[in-house]
Design a protein around this ligand. Structure first.
Ligand code: COA
Ligand code: AMP
Length: 640
């Protein structure tokens, strides 16, 4: 198709056919305390990248830049649209704060390999806490601040953590989210698993450490006080495939999976991605408007920009309402952002409020070279709109918590390939992507099927699911033998461009946040009036998808529907979190099922979305669909 596509294809081919040499070559850009001689040890259903290498990611993201004379360069720009505060940390300052907090953790007895839960909003101390864990070989597990106490407790227990690092809370438009009561509840629910809580106090929050009664589930310590007396810790060499972090994500069941990431493969892959996908280098200002609680934040707010010596922007705020739909463009101008990354939903939120991009015209965005989007499918309309308005390449790229970096993208640093609306372009180095049918056989080009990746996966991707090797096999490898099952469906066109169309499982994506409909169903079913429920992800113009619950009541119950709806919404907010944005409940007499008892979730979703649907011949009684059809029809009717 073009020169750049041919040249990239050649590089991609080498990454597959001459895998070991390719990745060993890439690994030379990282500073190792023991350089790897072996690229991969591959046992078929498990593999490990750079098994004989040793390194430290805190050293690679901080100290090495200082040693190279770039200690005074900006490492982090903290910009809070909530408090109008803006603060820059040089590499020197960030290293010193990290070394001190690593000393704090060590003085609390944190050992190598031990898991530390981090429950923090978008403040610099979240980055410090993550890198401090990496410095001493502890394994961090960051839990997103929009998650409820119950979800936090589940992660504490699964990770087997005894230390929790937190801040007073987060700032959301019009409200203060006080973390202290949430954490106290999580401590109660996790039954004494946590023995020490380290609290970073923020001004203006209702609860301070003095308000926490002695013996409230754990010993509560003040971050700032501990930091005053701690000795800085030096980075310790870590085996390349030892875990760097656990990051929990939703699967099909109610229990989130702890994705395990290594250090060596991750560093090599992120470095490759920064140069080739994002076209970014030392000194560039890289801004990922996401959250450190998500994988996008781990990789492209924290590790990757700092690894290459760029400046990362840590933004506490929203795309709209903080204070207006020009918030993103203000940050681009103020900090001279070169490369930006966010979720399509954020762009749709701006579109809704500022369709003519009047706010954009107020700001100088000449520094911006490209906008990258991921987290959910980039719909062609949003793609066209923002491309026309911004005048720089807008790149959709597809990846998952599991992979840690893009599976398919447009390698801008390599020489951007022609863009196609609706496509996340082509597979990246080391990803051998195939489209397979339900039996695991490859389908012909142009046909939609399950997207699978031939094993082994490239460096940087998950090395396991916390809790044992069987979890990786059961969740991802046994589905299509020889492949990793992504859980997404899609197709390749004749130019080798990949189109990712949606999930094949019960995972839904609400405003770029990944949720399990199974987990939502479990929570709704806790209500004593609920007999049965089904949750499906229906189309949403702003958030991509939203969760909709179909609920049947226990026989003989007569309830006030609006009151019950409010109770169910509240239940989801307190058990899962406000971020689930659960609001839609439809009460039905019975759920549509096949004779074998399978709920017709797909049919429900198709009816609500107004798509053609097929009623399986095995359905028990088609009349149960009538009220759902009528309600969907009424919802679509124009309001006169
Ligand atoms: N801590 C606590 N609560 C949080 C939170 C956090 N970090 N993030 C969101 N919430 C809460 C919100 O306050 C809101 O609560 P409410 O129901 O009481 O109002 C709820 O969770 C839903 O929030 P949100 O998803 O932000 O929806 P919204 O309707 O308020 O805003 C967008 C819509 C599009 C502006 C917003 O979803 C957004 O900025 N999305 C970007 C997504 C993103 O970065 N995804 C990361 C993947 S790359
Ligand atoms: P998460 O693990 O939270 O990052 O969510 C990963 C899931 O989000 C993927 O499996 C996809 O279903 C979806 N996703 C992420 N990026 C894209 C994209 N660019 N196009 C389509 N779907 C995407």
């Amino acid at each position: 198709m073009t020169d750049s596509l041919d040249r990239f294809h050649e590089q991609w081919r080498t990454s597959i056919d001459d895998r070991d040499r390719f990745w060993l070559e890439q690994s030379k850009r990282i500073d190792w305390s023991r350089a790897p001689r072996t690229a991969i040890e591959d046992a078929g259903d498990s593999w490990s990248w750079f098994p004989d290498g040793e390194l430290n990611l805190s050293y690679n993201t901080l100290d090495r830049h200082i040693e190279a004379g770039r200690g005074d360069a900006a490492a982090v720009i903290f910009d809070s649209a909530m408090t109008s505060e803006s603060r820059t940390y040089t590499y020197h300052q960030l290293r010193d704060e990290t070394a001190i907090f690593a000393g704090v953790l060590r003085e609390q007895g944190v050992r190598r390999g031990e898991r530390v839960i981090i429950y923090m909003p978008m403040i610099p101390e979240a980055v410090v806490a993550m890198l401090a864990c990496a410095r001493i070989g502890a394994v961090h597990s960051v839990v997103f601040g929009g998650f409820a106490a119950n979800e936090l407790a589940t992660r504490i227990v699964d990770a087997g953590a005894r230390i929790l690092v937190m801040a007073s809370g987060g700032l959301e438009p019009g409200k203060v989210v006080d973390y202290v009561p949430l954490v106290r509840e999580a401590l109660r629910l996790s039954d004494g698993a946590i023995d020490t809580v380290i609290l970073k106090e923020r001004d203006g929050f209702p609860t301070s450490i003095e308000d926490v009664p002695a013996g409230a589930g754990a010993t509560w310590l003040d971050w700032s006080e501990l930091a005053e007396s701690a000795n800085p810790a030096v980075p310790v060499p870590i085996a390349a495939n030892d875990p760097l972090y656990l990051l929990y994500t939703s699967g099909t069941t109610g229990n989130p999976k702890g994705i395990v990431r290594d250090s060596g493969g991750y560093a090599v892959a992120l470095d490759w991605s920064m140069r080739n996908i994002y076209g970014a280098g030392p000194g560039d200002v890289f801004w990922t408007a996401s959250d450190v609680g998500w994988v996008v934040g781990h990789s492209y707010i924290v590790y990757a920009p700092l690894l290459i010596g760029a400046t990362t922007v840590l933004y506490e705020g929203k795309p709209v309402g903080t204070p207006d739909a020009g918030a993103f463009w203000r940050v681009v101008e103020q900090h001279r952002v070169n490369v930006m990354f966010t979720a399509p939903t954020a762009i749709r939120a701006i579109h809704r409020i500022d369709p003519d991009l009047e706010q954009l015209a107020r700001y100088d965005r000449s520094s911006l070279r490209a906008l990258f989007l991921a987290g959910e499918r980039l719909d062609p309309e949003t793609y066209q709109w923002i491309t026309a308005g911004l005048g720089v390449p807008v790149i959709d790229h597809w990846w998952q918590t599991e992979t840690g970096w893009a599976i398919s993208a447009n390698p801008v640093g390599f020489g951007a390939l022609p863009l196609k609306a609706g496509s996340s372009t082509v597979p990246m180095a080391g990803y051998d992507v195939a489209i397979v049918n339900s039996k695991g056989r490859e389908v012909e080009t142009g046909r939609e099927g399950n997207i699978a990746i031939r094993l082994p996966l490239p460096p940087g991707t998950l090395t396991g699911v916390w809790g044992g090797p069987h979890r990786l096999r059961d969740s991802y490898l046994n589905v299509f033998p020889g492949y990793y099952a992504t859980g997404d469906s899609g197709y390749f066109d004749n130019d080798g461009y990949l189109f990712v169309m949606g999930r094949t499982d019960d995972v839904i994506n609400v405003a770029g946040h990944r949720l399990s409909t199974g987990a939502l169903e479990e929570v709704i079913a806790l209500h004593h009036d609920v007999a049965e429920c089904a949750v499906v992800g229906v189309r949403d113009a702003l958030k991509g998808q939203r969760a909709m619950g179909f609920v049947s009541l226990k026989s003989g119950r007569s309830v006030d529907e609006s009151e019950l709806r409010a109770q169910l919404v509240d239940l989801v907010r307190t058990r899962i979190g406000p971020v689930a944005a659960f609001r839609d409940v439809m009460f039905v007499d019975r759920l549509p099922k096949t004779r074998s008892g399978k709920i017709l979730r797909k049919t429900l979703r198709q009816i609500i979305d107004g798509e053609p649907y097929r009623v399986p011949a095995t359905i028990e009684d088609t009349s149960v669909l009538d009220p759902i059809l009528a309600a969907a029809e009424a919802a679509r009717a124009p309001i006169i």
